[in-house]
Write a protein that binds this ligand. Structure first.
Ligand SMILES: Cc1cc2nc3c(=O)[nH]c(=O)nc-3n(C[C@H](O)[C@H](O)[C@H](O)COP(=O)(O)OP(=O)(O)OC[C@H]3O[C@@H](n4cnc5c(N)ncnc54)[C@H](O)[C@@H]3O)c2cc1C
Length: 285
């Protein structure tokens, strides 16, 4: 099912994001997690693509597994370090496995590099990958967006102009970077609409379960209340409960104010998905 078609008035599009585990054995626990996530009836599960194109085999396996389980996968895909032929080879395989939805991304610069380097036979920006996929395949295409601006973008206006290009190149729907202040999301949606970007914009919500999260600069504003809540306890379970409470309240507010769905960055864990949905009264198991 093309994911873009799920965005209809009055319908909440629900998705979970997972990543291919680094250690081989851990993929079995991800597959067990799928068994527990399935009864929550996500509209799709998205599978990240390893930074720099690492773990391509496992990315494929996980997407194919989701197809076999009857759960719609959204396969993330980046242009990092590969030319058109390599890209085609992987997209062909994903298509043959039954994957019908791709999240088309540029990707981050590989570790140790400051700047993204275009492969000589590849693409400099996601809009070029989107156009390539649109030209050669029948995939439904998602793309990334950044309510608080992409970290490399000079201004919010230039970022928005590039986003518009990306949608015009063929992106059918947008999934947002995490944010913790819902005002940032609603302001961004209004700016997109004013700029003529009509694609659905699914908000990305990151349930923060540990204060370690704050050690890295994610390029998004972190409210003092969230940080204080998690740093104010030495108990891991209590910290996770406080983070989930924050994320649940954020999700309630988003849906209450008309957001078209929720994309939960669950980091391969079942608990955030289950507890947030229970809090919303949407768990269907
Ligand atoms: C929902 C989501 C999922 C993600 N999943 C993954 C993943 O699975 N694997 C992974 O490695 N990374 C992932 N990322 C991170 C993403 O790859 C990085 O944020 C990357 O730096 C930008 O990717 P993009 O597709 O947004 O790039 P682009 O749309 O190309 O934008 C990148 C920057 O270039 C600018 N720009 C865009 N087009 C042009 C143009 N034509 N000319 C000049 N400037 C331009 C933009 O303003 C922006 O600053 C994800 C991000 C999000 C929000």
């Amino acid at each position: 099912m093309p994911i873009a078609r799920l965005f209809r008035p009055g319908r909440t599009v629900l998705s979970f994001e997972v990543f291919p585990p680094k250690r081989d054995g851990d993929v079995e626990s991800l597959y067990r997690a799928f068994d527990e996530l399935a009864p929550l009836r996500p509209d799709y599960i998205s599978v990240t693509y390893g930074a720099g194109g690492t773990n391509v085999g496992l990315h494929y396996e996980i997407n194919a597994r989701l197809v076999r389980l009857g759960i719609t996968p959204l396969a993330h895909f980046t242009c990092v370090g590969q030319g058109r032929d390599a890209i085609r080879g992987q997209l062909d395989r994903l298509w043959e496995a039954g994957v019908r939805n791709i999240l088309a991304l540029r990707g981050d610069p590989p570790k140790g590099s400051e700047r993204f380097e275009r492969h000589p036979e590849g693409f400099a920006h996601a809009n070029e990958l989107v156009a390539f996929i649109r030209e050669h395949y029948g995939f439904c295409i998602g793309a990334a967006c950044y309510p608080e601006k992409h970290p490399e973008a000079g201004t919010a206006e230039s970022d928005l102009a590039h986003l518009k290009n990306k949608v015009q190149a063929g992106a059918d729907f947008l999934v947002s970077q995490m944010f913790f202040d819902n005002e940032a999301y609603f302001r961004f949606v209004a700016a997109c609409r004013a700029a003529g970007i009509a694609a659905p914009i699914q908000p990305g919500v990151m349930p923060v379960l540990t204060p370690k999260f704050f050690a890295r600069d994610w390029g998004v504003a972190v409210p003092a209340a969230l940080r204080t809540a998690l740093e104010g306890t030495a108990d891991h379970d209590e910290a996770a409960a406080r983070g989930l409470e924050f994320a649940s309240a954020q999700c309630r507010d988003l849906l209450g104010r008309g957001a078209p769905g929720l994309h939960l960055y669950i980091m391969n864990k079942v608990r955030p998905a289950r507890e947030i949905l229970q809090g919303l009264g949407k768990a269907k198991s």
